[in-house]
Design a protein around this ligand. Structure first.
Ligand code: AMP
Length: 288
């Protein structure tokens, strides 16, 4: 596996691989790999002649007071994990390579970014879109792999790739969960024992919603009130719900009821101690 640290090295690697033939798959990440990342890498390796993973903790997607400085970083460990998945190139640019002095261009995806996490993290998705435009130009992948765990991010990327005429396929990959149900996340390593128990409330609520749908509960208000006992956040407790929203999977607009033959995403975010966690689930109703 090659370690590529400059845009020039990355571009040269891409050119050489293109000459050898086969598609190039890319997995953009911020590192501190876990099973979620590794599932994307394995799928990219299985579906492409060459797989490039980018490892870049993107300062532009963190707001003031967010956890950019304490975001977990483990390049040595990540290198070994990427290698074990059969990744061909690990692109690890320094910040100055992606944001050179005087950099002043930002990409904004309207419409999809005002709700859910976008409402709580102003500028976050513009930071995400901006870094991905740069990474896509440098790496020029044929396919880029994203997890449904960050569902709003996935929709933003799909919209941006379409709007900006990128010649690449965005591949959506299922959420990987730990045995206790918690969605794998780099931030899970911040959780203390008691916090981890509290964090399980996110997936418990989503699974409960899926069970309720199985029993014919399709109204947003009925679902939300049935989940309240799981998500209740007493003042001063470790767990604090930020949002719980039932949204259209395409537009991310709120949905009042899942109609026959349609589906919705139930998405939520919570703070557990100092750590912010997100999760979501697809709720599908058949045509009856
Ligand atoms: P990150 O390093 O957190 O920016 O994540 C890099 C990629 O891994 C994104 O496309 C995420 O959606 C994806 N990802 C993170 N956690 C999971 C998970 N638990 N299951 C599937 N994909 C994930």
């Amino acid at each position: 596996m090659y370690i590529l640290r400059s845009n020039q090295e990355m571009a040269r690697f891409r050119r050489e691989r293109a000459q050898a033939g086969g598609s190039v798959g890319m997995v953009p990440t911020m590192g501190s790999f876990h099973e979620g990342h590794l599932s994307l890498m394995r799928q990219a390796v299985a579906e492409n002649g060459t797989t490039v993973v980018s490892l870049f903790v993107n300062p532009a997607q963190f707001g003031p007071g967010e956890d950019f400085d304490r975001y977990p970083r483990d390049e040595d460990g990540d290198r070994e994990l990427a290698r074990s998945c059969g990744v061909d190139g690990l692109f690890v640019p320094p910040v100055g390579e992606i944001y050179p002095a005087g950099d002043s261009t930002r990409v904004c995806v309207d419409g999809l970014t005002g709700s859910l996490c976008g409402a709580f993290r102003p500028g976050h998705f513009s930071g995400v879109a901006t870094v991905l435009v740069k990474l896509f130009h440098i790496v020029r992948p044929d396919r880029a792999y994203f997890g449904e765990k960050d569902y709003q991010q996935l929709r933003v990327v799909q919209q941006m790739v379409r709007d900006l005429c990128f010649d690449l396929e965005v591949v959506a990959c299922p959420i990987v969960r730990d045995p206790d149900g918690l969605a794998a996340s780099s931030r899970n390593r911040f959780l203390s024992g008691p916090e981890r128990t509290e964090a399980q409330r996110l997936s418990r609520a989503l699974f409960a919603a899926r069970d309720l749908c199985g029993r014919g509960v399709w109204d947003r208000s009925a679902l939300v009130s049935a989940l309240a006992p799981i998500l209740d956040s007493p003042e001063g407790g470790l767990f604090c719900l930020e949002y719980l929203e039932l949204v259209d999977p395409e537009t991310l607009q709120p949905v009042d009821r899942i109609e026959a033959g349609s589906s919705a995403r139930l998405a939520l975010a919570a703070r557990v101690g100092k750590t912010r966690l997100i999760d979501n689930i697809l709720l599908e109703r058949n045509g009856l």
